[in-house]
Design a protein around this ligand. Structure first.
Ligand SMILES: [Zn+2]
Ligand SMILES: [Zn+2]
Length: 278
């Protein structure tokens, strides 16, 4: 049961995010005219509250459990050498390793039908803003958080290094979903930007931009896309429930029916965005 502290934490976080992102969305909108209370705002609020009040603690406990099981996989001497490096070098290495793991893990989420059943919930948003970032099935969250953190943990990066990065990644993930378009020029290729992730949410299931923070992996592996306009249609091709509970059950319902929503790619011919432009 959610405690009073958890409710207070969720309320304060919601307020913090509104104060942080709403002025940006108002002053520099990627899609001008999109209302604050746009369609499906309430579903995304349910996902936000679900994360804070129900799933967040469970996901964290599972990660700790897996981390404990994997502890000792690497020789102690190697782990000590990793931890002895300067903090800035650790941070760069941890980000690079996490980006590499999450990039390929994310591509698999789009390729493998079983993983897509869960990941398609995140892609079902037809409007993007800071709140839509929270639409994610908890199974999908465990998968992504595991890919981001466990390899770095196994190699011996101390929790202090990882904790700061986890907090930054969380906030950055919300920013890249926000309805914001800032002209950050070449910095976009280094740190990512909402326009890149908005293209990832294009209806084309293989629209590119799989990286979590820095798009360098996309540049490296040829999946970087940056047209000079916003995608016209966001979301997914297959039908999906338009309620919180329905979306939470969606991956299992398809399973039960034995139906595969979209096994190998988008079900109809799709148009790729224009080639990469930095
Ligand atoms: Zn995706
Ligand atoms: Zn997203």
């Amino acid at each position: 049961m959610p405690t009073l502290d958890m409710l207070l934490g969720a309320g304060l976080s919601l307020l913090f995010l509104v104060v942080l992102f709403r002025p940006l969305e108002w002053a520099y909108p990627a899609k001008p005219g999109q209302r604050f209370f746009r369609r499906e705002w309430f579903i995304d609020l349910c996902f936000f509250l679900g994360q804070y009040l129900l799933w967040g603690g469970l996901v964290f406990a599972l990660l700790i459990h897996f981390a404990d099981r994997l502890d000792g996989l690497m020789p102690a001497g190697f782990r000590a050498a990793v931890a002895a490096q300067p903090w800035w070098l650790q941070a760069i290495e941890a980000v690079f390793l996490s980006d590499l793991c999450v990039y390929w893990g994310h591509r698999l989420q789009h390729k493998v039908g079983f993983l897509w059943r869960f990941h398609s919930i995140h892609h079902s948003s037809e409007h993007l803003d800071w709140l839509a970032a929270h639409r994610e099935h908890p199974v999908d969250t465990v998968y992504t958080m595991g890919l981001i953190n466990l390899p770095a943990f196994v190699l011996g990066f101390p929790l202090e290094t990882l904790a700061g990065l986890i907090a930054f990644r969380g906030l950055w993930a919300i920013y890249i979903h926000s309805n914001v378009r800032l002209n950050t020029g070449p910095l976009r290729v280094l740190f990512g930007a909402p326009e890149l992730h908005h293209w990832h949410h294009d209806r084309d299931r293989e629209a590119g931009n799989y990286a979590n923070i820095s798009p360098l992996m996309d540049v490296l592996f040829g999946t970087y896309r940056c047209p000079d306009h916003e995608p016209e249609r966001l979301g997914i091709h297959e039908p999906i429930a338009r309620g919180y509970l329905g979306q939470m059950l969606h991956p299992f319902v398809f399973w039960k029916r034995g139906a595969r929503p979209d096994p190998d790619g988008a079900p109809e011919p799709v148009r790729l965005p224009e080639p990469a432009q930095a």
